[in-house]
Design a protein around this ligand. Structure first.
Ligand code: RIB
Ligand code: CA
Length: 314
């Protein structure tokens, strides 16, 4: 059965790979629209980057929407130190012909979900959850149309990557994360505990550089840049491919191991703002509100990613 998706992202090189993975399987994933949110870089760049990657994927037909340019309550924190000033450093940038839709992403989410069959649409947020939360707050009835939400965010055993206790997407907008975590729809959460298990293998990256097709070349260029910061920070072989874990789970869930857990988020403490408290051992009486992914078959993940990218070379 086809998944009917709305992706909400903040490209970012890993968001870009996630989009390319998603757009490689139209027979399995029907994309209703792509929303951009402020996160890794400001909204003006994330919306342009989203349009560039959709164009690179040959999907100039896709409706792309710009959403919120700042978190619900906090000021925007960005991550140019990781992704570069453009958000897609490494890639030779161009001005995409693919147009930006007039409609605000939040209104697109509300309109589409209200019109949808019950429990028929999967939301895939891979940036701060501002757009999703704003739609839920403006029109709570949209939950009827949501089948599930498969998001990248949070950390449990892994230390934070933007503060000692918080993962970036949740840290940027913890109030939005709280709205999503309490919305009552099925959640699948890919946090740092699982995404740090898929650092880009150097040998695989080298194979990309020799393929000769535009998508492989672009991915190699983006990942070569994206690798530099995290390899130094973590001493790992490559940078973790955070956002593609969401699409990989939708395509091949058997690659992942997860557990139903209650997840709460810190929205007050300056010290631990954005921390995700994952009740992995069920030490509280709180009912699980999410399926927390905590392990992945990394070889299988990269085999899936490789097959996805090779579909553009045919
Ligand atoms: O912490 C990793 C997350 O923050 C990823 O989604 C990355 O793109 C950044 O948005
Ligand atoms: Ca992201």
């Amino acid at each position: 059965m086809k998944h009917r998706l709305i992706i909400d992202c903040d490209p970012g090189q890993d968001d870009a790979i996630m989009l390319l993975m998603a757009l490689a399987w139209p027979e399995k994933l029907e994309l209703l629209g792509v929303c951009a949110v402020a996160g890794n870089v400001p909204l003006a760049l994330t919306q342009r980057n989203t349009r560039m990657i959709c164009e690179l994927a040959g999907r100039a037909d896709l409706p792309v929407f710009a959403g919120c340019e700042a978190p619900l309550q906090r000021e925007l924190h960005t991550a140019e130190h990781v992704h570069g000033s453009s958000g897609l450093d490494g890639l030779a940038l161009w001005e995409p012909a693919l147009p930006l839709q007039e409609q605000h992403a939040v209104n697109f989410l509300i309109e589409t979900l209200l019109d949808a069959e019950p429990e028929s649409i999967t939301l895939v947020p891979t940036g701060p959850l501002t757009n999703i939360a704003m739609a839920l707050q403006k029109e709570p009835a949209i939950t009827r149309g949501i089948r599930n939400i498969v998001l990248m965010g949070g950390a449990m055993r892994e230390a934070g990557n933007i503060t000692p206790s918080a993962e970036f997407n949740i840290y940027v907008d913890p109030h939005a994360a709280q709205t999503v975590l309490t919305c009552g729809r099925p959640l699948v959460v890919a946090g740092l505990d699982v995404t740090h298990q898929v650092p880009v293998p150097r040998a695989w990256l080298q194979t990309l550089q020799n393929r000769g097709d535009a998508v492989a070349e672009a991915v190699a260029a983006m990942l070569t840049y994206y690798n530099r910061f995290d390899t130094e920070k973590y001493g790992s072989e490559g940078a973790p491919l955070h956002d593609p874990c969401t699409i990989a789970w939708l395509l091949e869930p058997q690659l992942f191991t997860g557990r139903d857990c209650h997840i709460a988020v810190e929205t007050e403490s300056a010290l631990t703002l954005g921390h995700t408290a994952v009740d992995f051992w069920q030490v509280t009486s709180q009912t699980a509100n999410a399926h927390w992914l905590h392990a992945v078959d990394a070889g299988g993940f990269f085999h899936l990613l490789d097959r996805s990218l090779k579909r553009y070379a045919i």
